[in-house]
Every structure is written in structure tokens, then in C-alpha cells.
Design a protein around this ligand. Sequence first.
Ligand code: ADP
Ligand code: ADP
Length: 229
Amino acid sequence: QGRIEFDAVTFSYGNQRNALVNLSFVIEPGQTVALVGESGAGKSTALALLYRTFDPDSGTIKIDGIDIREIKLDSLRGNIGVVFQEAMLFNRSIAENLAIGAPDATKEQMVQATQAAEAYDFITRSANGFDSVIGERGRSLSGGERQRLSIARAMLKDPPILILDEATSALDSGTESKLLRALDVVIKNRTTLVIAHRLSTIRGADKILVLDHGKLIESGTFDELMALN
Ligand code: ADP
Ligand code: ADP
């Protein structure tokens, strides 16, 4: 479950240039695929189309053989966990932020998820712990802390499809490698699409797709792509 298929997808933001041109690829259920390419290559656009922030101008995107335009938006998004570089957190308690996407999560599950995401320590350091409010008057979190919290949130949601958009790039490489090991558990058996720059992050992917100016120019394993150069 969680097979993703892009078939001849073309999209433009309304200007002359196409952000994606005739993009086709398949991600088999449980595979981890890394999207790489220079800034402006179309990586974030591909993710936005999968999440239906926008729809393609032409071509189709399917999940498990179903055109995503035929899937109810709530249901589509309920099946996709997203961790962005800019963690989206709200002016609410840490617990409430964690429970977005997993309203029934127990305290114990929150503890587990935040421990796995290396977020438990900075949460418990605060006087009110999970109840402390994030935001101007509450607890201020560093970029890395925000990101670890949003990774814990995705772990709690436990969706069949996971999108990591520069999810670990604000972390120092020591914290990142610890987190990647924790993420391994989450990523296993889950269709995962990763956008990352660090070679260490993309090395373990089952397949790497290289985008350039909206086009797929190479695809293969890390070793296959290295052999080309
Ligand atoms: P990447 O994620 O690989 O850096 P993007 O998908 O963000 O690339 O961008 C692909 C192309 O679409 C670029 O030419 C970029 O300038 C353009 N683009 C991205 N977002 C917008 C937007 N909101 N409005 C107009 N153009 C955009
Ligand atoms: P940042 O996220 O700040 O751009 P990273 O730490 O993720 O940087 O990347 C480390 C270095 O690897 C950067 O200097 C970047 O230019 C380079 N890099 C980025 N993408 C790739 C890639 N696909 N293959 C090889 N090197 C890359």
C-alpha cells in the first residue's frame, strides 16, 4: 500500500517556464526515494502536487492506482505525513501540536515519539513540559527543535506515505544521523519521498531521482549514479 505514480506530469505556476515538464516515475510501496536537484529544479513542486496544493496542468498522479483527484482531500492528506524544512507549528501547547493528525494519541505515545525524534529532552527541560505553549509568550524553540517536534508529529500520525522535505537540514550532522536512525524505523515499510542535499541523507534511498529544470534527467541507486560520473 502506498504506490505512487507520476505519469507525464506538467505544471507551471502561470509564468512562461514550466516548473515540471512531463515528469514520470513510480515509487513502489515501502520504497524510499530521494528527489535531488538544484534549487528551482521542481522538487517542492512535485511534493505540492502529490499533496494537492496544486493540480497538474496535464498528466496524472496516482496512489495505489487511483487518480488522486478522485480521492477525498481529507483522506488523501490523512494518508500522507509531511515534515517540512520550516516546521509548521501553532501557538498552542506542544501536546496539541503533536496531536495534529493523531488526535487520539496517548501521553505514552507522545513520549515515545518525542524520544525517537530526540525531542523529549528539550520538552521535559521546560517547566510545563508537554503543556508548555509554543510561540511568542510561551516556549521559544530553535529551528532544530521545531524540526524534531514536527518529525515526532509525523511519527505519531503514522501514515502510509511520508514526505520529508529538507526535514533534517536544520540539524547539525551529529543530531541528524541519530535522527535518521530513529527515522529508519518509521521509514521502513512506508513509502517515503525525501528531499535532501546531504549525501549522507540520500545515500540510503532505494532510488534517487535527479531533477533539472523540471525534468527527470537521471534515476538510479546512489552507486549507479556515482558510476555515471
Ligand atoms: P526546488 O524545490 O527544486 O527548489 P521548486 O519546485 O520550488 O524547486 O521550483 C520550481 C520552479 O517553480 C522554479 O522555477 C521556481 O522559481 C518556480 N516556483 C516555485 N514556487 C513558485 C511560486 N509559488 N510561484 C511562482 N513560481 C514558483
Ligand atoms: P544545505 O542544505 O545547506 O544546502 P547540505 O549540508 O544539505 O547543505 O549539503 C552539503 C553540501 O552538499 C552543500 O555544499 C551542497 O552544495 C552539496 N550538495 C547539495 N546537493 C547535492 C547533491 N545532490 N549531490 C552532491 N552534493 C550536493
